[in-house]
Write a protein that binds this ligand. Structure first.
Ligand SMILES: Cc1cc2nc3c(=O)[nH]c(=O)nc-3n(C[C@H](O)[C@H](O)[C@H](O)COP(=O)(O)OP(=O)(O)OC[C@H]3O[C@@H](n4cnc5c(N)ncnc54)[C@H](O)[C@@H]3O)c2cc1C
Length: 461
C-alpha cells in the first residue's frame, strides 16, 4: 500500500494536539490528525471539564444544606436530581467537545482520521486502512485509568473516572480506592450528592506527594462532611455480595472489609503507549511506559516528539498545553523554550480547593537550604470568616539568602486562583518583597499574603 504523504502527523487530540495542528497548518504544513475516541481527549470528555462541572453541582447542594448557617431558610430536605446533574455535565462537555471537533474538521490543510493510530516505522502511521507518512510526527495520546491486578476484580462491576461519567443515579455507598486527586474529588462530590462514601488509601496519608499539614487538613475537610477515610489500608481482594461489593483490607486497625454498593478505582493513570507500535519506530519508553523525551520534548527518534501526559513530564492540562507551546516555539519561533523552565503548579478541586506551586516543604527540607516559612490559618482571614468558610491555611517558603519564593500552598476558599499571584512572581524570578510591598484589595484572601510575608520565620530543621 502506498502511503499518503504529509508534512506532519499528530496522533491524539488531547490538550496539545489540536493547538499544534492549528499552528502547523498555519505555517503552511499539510498535516493529519488521528483520534480513536473523543475529540478533545481526557480533559474535555472525562477529566477536568466534567469533574469541575460536577463539583459545582455538589457545592450547590452543600451550600443549600448550609443555608441555615448564614440565616437562609430552605423549607424541606435538600435533594439532588442526579439525572439533571448529569444532563448539565453532559451539556457543558458537549459544548467543549463540539468546539474542538468543529475546529479540527474545519481546519484548512488538515485531514482528520478517526481510528487507532499505530506506528509502522519511524515515518509511517497506520490508521484503519490508511497508511500515513510524515517526517514530523507528534504523539499526544495521553493516558487512561490504571486498573490494579486485584483478585476478584473480574467478577465485580467497578467504575473508573471514564465510566463515572455515565452515572446518573445516587450510589448508596461509594467505595473509592485511591486517596489522590481523582479519588478525593469524586469522593467529596458524591458525599455532597448524598452517598455514603469510604475512601481507602494504602499509605498513611492522602495526596502523598503533598506536605503532611496539607494531607491532614484535606482529610479533616472530608471527614467533617461525613466521608470515611481509611488510611494504611491495602485492598487485597474484592468480591460480589449479592447486589453489593466487598473490599477486603489488609490493615492494622478498623474493619478488615468495607461493603458498599459501588466501587470506584482511582489508583493512578497509565500512558496509552502499549498499543502504539513504538517498537516499529524504535521509540524509547521508561519502565512505566512513558515515552522518554529531552527538555524540548524530542524523543530518541529524530522527527518524533511526545507531548502531554504520555511523556511523564506533566500530568495536567496546563502542562500538556505548555508542551505544545514549547514545541512550536522551538520549531517556528526561534525561541528555545524548555520543560525545565516550567514551575510545578496544580490544583486539587475539593472544596475548599488547594492551589500548589513550586517546592513542597518536604522538598525544601530535603534540599537543606536556609529557608524562611510563613503560614496563616484561614480562620485569621477576614474574607473566609465573612463567608463562613474558614477551613484550611496558606503557607509560603522563601530562600533565606536570595529572598526568592521556593513554593506555596493555599488550601482554602479561592486557593486555586489566589496562588497565581505567587506563581507569577516566581516566574518573574523576583524576591518575595515585591508581593509583601504590594497593596492588595480588601476584603480578599489575597490581602493576607503580604501580611503572611511580613511574619516569616526561619524553617526549623
Ligand atoms: C478525572 C480527571 C480529572 C482531571 N482533572 C484535571 C484538572 O482539574 N486539571 C488538570 O490540569 N488536569 C486534570 N486532569 C488531567 C488532564 O485531563 C490531562 O492531564 C490532560 O487531558 C492532558 O492530556 P493529554 O494532552 O496528554 O491527552 P489526553 O487528553 O489524554 O488525550 C489523548 C487523546 O489521544 C487519543 N488516543 C490515545 N491513543 C490513541 C491512538 N493510538 N490513536 C489515536 N488516538 C489515540 C485518546 O482517545 C485521547 O482523546 C484530570 C484527569 C482526570 C482523569
Amino acid at each position: 500500500m502506498t502511503a499518503k504523504k504529509y508534512d506532519a502527523i499528530v496522533i491524539g487530540t488531547g490538550q496539545s494536539g489540536p493547538s499544534l495542528a492549528a499552528r502547523l497548518t498555519k505555517e503552511g504544513l499539510k498535516a493529519a490528525i488521528i483520534e480513536r475516541k473523543l475529540f478533545g481527549g481526557t480533559c474535555v470528555n472525562m477529566g477536568c471539564v466534567p469533574t469541575k462541572t460536577l463539583v459545582a453541582s455538589a457545592r450547590a447542594a452543600y451550600m443549600a444544606r448550609r443555608g441555615g448557617d448564614v440565616g437562609v431558610t430552605i423549607d424541606g430536605p435538600i435533594t439532588v436530581d442526579m439525572q439533571r446533574v448529569k444532563e448539565r455535565k453532559d451539556a457543558v462537555v458537549r459544548q467543549s467537545n463540539d468546539g474542538v471537533t468543529n475546529w479540527l474538521r474545519n481546519m484548512s490543510n488538515l485531514d482528520v482520521f478517526e481510528g487507532h493510530g499505530r506506528f509502522e516505522s519511524p515515518t509511517t502511521v497506520r490508521v484503519n486502512d490508511h497508511l500515513l507518512e510524515a517526517h514530523k510526527i507528534f504523539v499526544n495520546v495521553g493516558g487512561r485509568a490504571m486498573v490494579p491486578d486485584m483478585p476478584g476484580l473480574e467478577e465485580v462491576d467497578y467504575l473508573t473516572n471514564s465510566s463515572m461519567m455515565e452515572v446518573d443515579f445516587l450510589p448508596e455507598h461509594l467505595i473509592v480506592v485511591g486517596g489522590s486527586y481523582i479519588g478525593l474529588e469524586f469522593g467529596q462530590m458524591y458525599r455532597r450528592f448524598g452517598s455514603q462514601v469510604t475512601i481507602i488509601q494504602r499509605g498513611d496519608r492522602l495526596i502523598p506527594r503533598d506536605d503532611d499539614d496539607v494531607s491532614t487538613t484535606v482529610k479533616e475537610i472530608l471527614e467533617n462532611e461525613g466521608t470515611e477515610v481509611r488510611l494504611n489500608a491495602e485492598c487485597t481482594s474484592v468480591e460480589k455480595r449479592g447486589e453489593k461489593v466487598a473490599v477486603k483490607l489488609d490493615c492494622d486497625g478498623g474493619s478488615k472489609q468495607v461493603v458498599g454498593s459501588h466501587l470506584l478505582l482511582a489508583v493512578g493513570r497509565r500512558p496509552n503507549t502499549d498499543d502504539l507500535g513504538l517498537d516499529n519506530a524504535g521509540i524509547e519508553t521508561d519502565s512505566r511506559g512513558f515515552i522518554v523525551v529531552d527538555d524540548q520534548l524530542r524523543t530518541n527518534v529524530p522527527g518524533i516528539w511526545a507531548i502531554g501526559d504520555v511523556n511523564g513530564r506533566g500530568a495536567f492540562t496546563h502542562t500538556s498545553y505548555n508542551d505544545y507551546e514549547i514545541v512550536v516555539a522551538n520549531l517556528f519561533d526561534n525561541d528555545p523554550r524548555k520543560v525545565s523552565d516550567r514551575i510545578t503548579a496544580y490544583g486539587l478541586y475539593i472544596d475548599p480547593p488547594l492551589g500548589r506551586v513550586g517546592m513542597t516543604e518536604r522538598e525544601v527540607r530535603q534540599s537543606g537550604r536556609k529557608t524562611l516559612i510563613g503560614k496563616m490559618m484561614m480562620t485569621r482571614v477576614g474574607r473566609a470568616r465573612e463567608r463562613g468558610e474558614t477551613q484550611g491555611f496558606m503557607k509560603i517558603l522563601i530562600d533565606a539568602e536570595s529572598k526568592k519564593i521556593l513554593g506555596a500552598a493555599i488550601l482554602g476558599i479561592g486557593g486555586d486562583e489566589i496562588v497565581h499571584s505567587i506563581l507569577d512572581v516566581m516566574y518573574m524570578d523576583a524576591p518575595y518583597t515585591v508581593i509583601q510591598r504590594a497593596v492588595h484589595i480588601h476584603p480578599t484572601v489575597s490581602e493576607l499574603i503580604p501580611t503572611m510575608l511580613a511574619s516569616l520565620e526561619p524553617l526549623q530543621t
